[in-house]
Design a protein around this ligand. Structure first.
Ligand code: NCD
Ligand code: ZN
Length: 352
């Protein structure tokens, strides 16, 4: 590959961290993802959350109906359950038996629809024991929530207070540190000694590879660049870009595309979440190209995720071309609209 190719071919990627919500708006966001990705980990933070296998099966049914109404074939949702203080070992085993891909740990109050989240990880030890035993991944929103911790420090403190003790207590538990945002998290995952192969990994979003926290305040407050965990300083963005392009199987693609209607973002108390699904692959390609590492995109986007989850890699190929794509100012979202990441601007790469 030359240093500045104008097109690249890769095995079709998957999105290992995605929010598609429910009801009327689901099909609007699902179409964007299904255009680019073969599979996606569907996050369970609905209202009420997807806490049981029965709820996950019902949600999967609604997703499949939505795909059908869009005429989409060849996209597979990978379902997850929302871990609570009351999740039982029996529910974990039942989930494993029906192919649930993971359990998501939301510390209570950490982010959108996390009120029902875990108040103290110690309450989950029976479930975690069972997850370790059956090889069920724990997907972690890695932020502490106590009011005395500065919002920009919540992820780093989580590593010391929660993640490291958890890994000591469950050395065989498969863990994905979701949407990492700091140098501390990137280095922790890179350097961790693990008891087995493919036991610890992290997803990284496009916004955290492309922007630092200045983007939230550029010339005024920019609610569409606000997500959780919040964007950090430039040194952290650089560390994340280094991790993503390092060809380490511990880092893979998870957009955390998190749709909220325009009005819910542009409000006195705006919701957290960036809608990156419209051209997520183009955004990632831009990030990798910025450090001359486009040749490392395929591993990150298409190989290391399925390897971690012990699923087959995709076989179909896609082509990305270096052709600027205009991103609309707004997109339809049910009766409302949504403002995508990069709205009104262009993304340098797009799907052929
Ligand atoms: C997500 C959402 O809106 O569901 N928001 C976000 O800012 N990332 C929740 C989450 O993943 O934290
Ligand atoms: Zn998320």
């Amino acid at each position: 590959m030359s240093n500045s190719p104008t097109q690249i071919q890769l095995i079709q990627p998957d999105d290992w961290h995605l929010h598609i919500r429910d009801g009327e708006i689901m099909k609007d966001v699902l179409a964007d993802t299904a255009r680019q990705f073969a599979r996606a980990i569907i996050m369970p933070n609905l209202k009420p959350p997807v806490t049981t296998v029965d709820l996950a099966n019902a949600y999967r049914g609604r997703i499949e109906a939505s795909l059908q109404s869009l005429g989409v074939t060849g996209f597979t949702p990978l379902m997850t359950l929302y871990l609570t203080d009351n999740t039982s070992a029996a529910e974990v085993r039942k989930a494993k038996a029906v192919g649930v891909a993971g359990f998501k740990l939301y510390p209570a109050g950490a982010t959108t629809n996390s009120d029902a989240g875990v108040s103290d990880i110690k309450h989950c030890y029976a479930a975690l024991e069972a997850m370790q035993e059956v090889g069920m991944p724990l997907l972690v929103h890695g932020e502490v929530t106590s009011a005395d911790i500065d919002i920009f420090d919540r992820e780093a403190v989580f590593i010391d207070q929660v993640l490291e003790p958890l890994r000591k207590d469950f050395p065989g538990l498969k863990i994905v540190f979701e949407h990492i945002t700091t140098k501390q998290a990137a280095h922790y995952v890179r350097d961790a000694q693990t008891s087995g192969k493919n036991i610890l990994a992290a997803t990284i979003t496009p916004q955290h590879l492309l922007m630092n926290r200045n983007a939230i305040f550029a010339g005024g407050i920019r609610p569409h660049n606000y997500c959780l965990p919040v964007l950090k300083r430039e040194e952290h963005r650089i560390a994340l870009l280094e991790a993503a392009t390092s060809a380490s199987p511990r880092f893979f693609l998870g957009t955390d595309s998190a749709p909220h209607a325009k009005g819910a973002k542009e409000a006195a108390c705006g919701c957290a979440g960036c809608y990156s699904a419209f051209n997520a692959l183009g955004l990632y390609a831009e990030a990798f190209e910025s450090v001359g590492k486009l040749d490392k995109l395929e591993g990150f986007a298409s190989f290391y995720g399925p390897d971690f989850y012990a699923l087959p890699r995709n076989t179909k190929k896609i082509t990305l071309v270096k052709q600027a794509q205009s991103i609309p100012a707004e997109l339809p979202l049910g009766d409302a609209t949504i403002v995508p990441l990069r709205a009104g601007e262009t993304v340098a790469w797009s799907l052929a």
